[in-house]
Design a protein around this ligand. Structure first.
Ligand code: NAD
Length: 281
């Protein structure tokens, strides 16, 4: 039977560690503040924002939120970001994506100060990751590295295949695995013979956004499988990009959905926020 990589348990351990760090900083008179901006009321975004606030409360990070109407002009959002960039009491700024169609996402991401960009989406932070310099790393891939390390999965020298090349998961994931000395292959929608490439993976990280796409035919016996996808199946149950029931018997370790990668993302956001205060205040 495969080892279940339990993101719920691991994220709770990290949250408790972060809570202690925040208590220590507070005893030195330092208070960490995260600002979350939501434009419009996309229901999924509202759930994510509420979860982020809950995590902040647990850890002891002060959170402030701006819930702006759907029709907010881009200029108004950019001015709010400028104001928060200049506010020394704000350490992290996060603008919940997706934004309404009339707002240029790239312009918004680029406007957040790289020192407060706790999502790790600003080109300066992306570039820093690329050349191995200090900066904020996108939270989902950073969380996956924590999951692997804390589950004693060896990374160095192993072949890691990543399915997906998005800016927030696939590409930063590839950079982080390289940093950990894995041999990395990145696959995407134009990759030929995906199955054959996946079957060469010691560690397979799936972020393709296709429910239950990856079956045991894609898995080398004993591989470690990390499932980033989140979907609702026909019976409205949460599932990932990996067909868990089919794959679990042939791999050595696997993340479930829910309770695998998901809980780690918010955890890493909290960590970035604390780092923002430690590094730059
Ligand atoms: P995306 O849609 O931006 O990227 C999907 C990637 O998969 C693309 O690079 C595409 O080329 C590749 N792809 C699609 N079909 C393919 C195929 N048939 N063969 C090979 N590659 C293929 O998605 P994303 O933002 O990277 O997210 C991926 C999944 O992870 C989604 O289900 C998303 O909901 C989920 N997600 C979860 C978390 C979390 O915290 N657990 C965070 C971010 C994203």
């Amino acid at each position: 039977m495969a080892q279940i990589i339990d993101g719920k348990v691991i994220s709770q351990i990290i949250k408790n560690e972060l809570r202690l760090q925040v208590q220590d900083l507070q005893s030195k008179g330092k208070k960490c503040t995260l600002v979350v901006i939501q434009v419009g009321n996309d229901p999924a975004s509202s759930v994510y924002v509420a979860n982020k606030k809950k995590a902040c409360e647990y850890i002891g990070i002060s959170s402030r939120s701006y819930e702006l109407p759907e029709e907010t002009p881009e200029q108004q959002l950019l001015e709010l970001i400028d104001e928060l960039n200049n506010d020394a009491g704000v350490h992290g700024i996060l603008c919940q994506l997706p934004l309404p169609k009339h707002i240029n996402e790239k312009r918004v991401i680029n406007r957040i100060s790289p020192q407060k960009d706790v999502d790790g989406f600003h080109p300066q932070n992306v570039g820093a990751l690329m050349i191995g310099e200090q900066g904020f790393v996108s939270c989902t891939p950073a969380g996956i590295i924590e999951l692997l390390k804390r589950s004693d999965v060896e990374i160095e020298g192993r072949h890691c295949v990543i399915i997906g090349r998005s800016n927030i998961v696939g590409k930063p994931m590839a950079m982080l695995m390289l940093r950990e000395n894995a041999t990395v292959t990145v696959c995407h929608s134009k990759t030929k013979d995906l199955q054959n490439i996946c079957r060469q993976a010691d560690i397979l990280i799936v972020a393709m956004g296709k429910p239950k796409y990856i079956t045991r035919d894609y898995i080398k016996e004993g591989a470690v499988v990390i499932d980033v996808g989140i979907h609702r199946d026909a019976s409205n149950k949460l599932c990932g990009d990996v067909d868990y029931k089919d794959v679990e018997p042939v791999c050595s370790a696997i993340t479930p959905v829910p309770g695998g990668v998901g809980p780690m993302t918010i955890c890493m956001l909290m960590k970035n926020c604390i780092d923002a205060m430690k590094d730059y205040s």
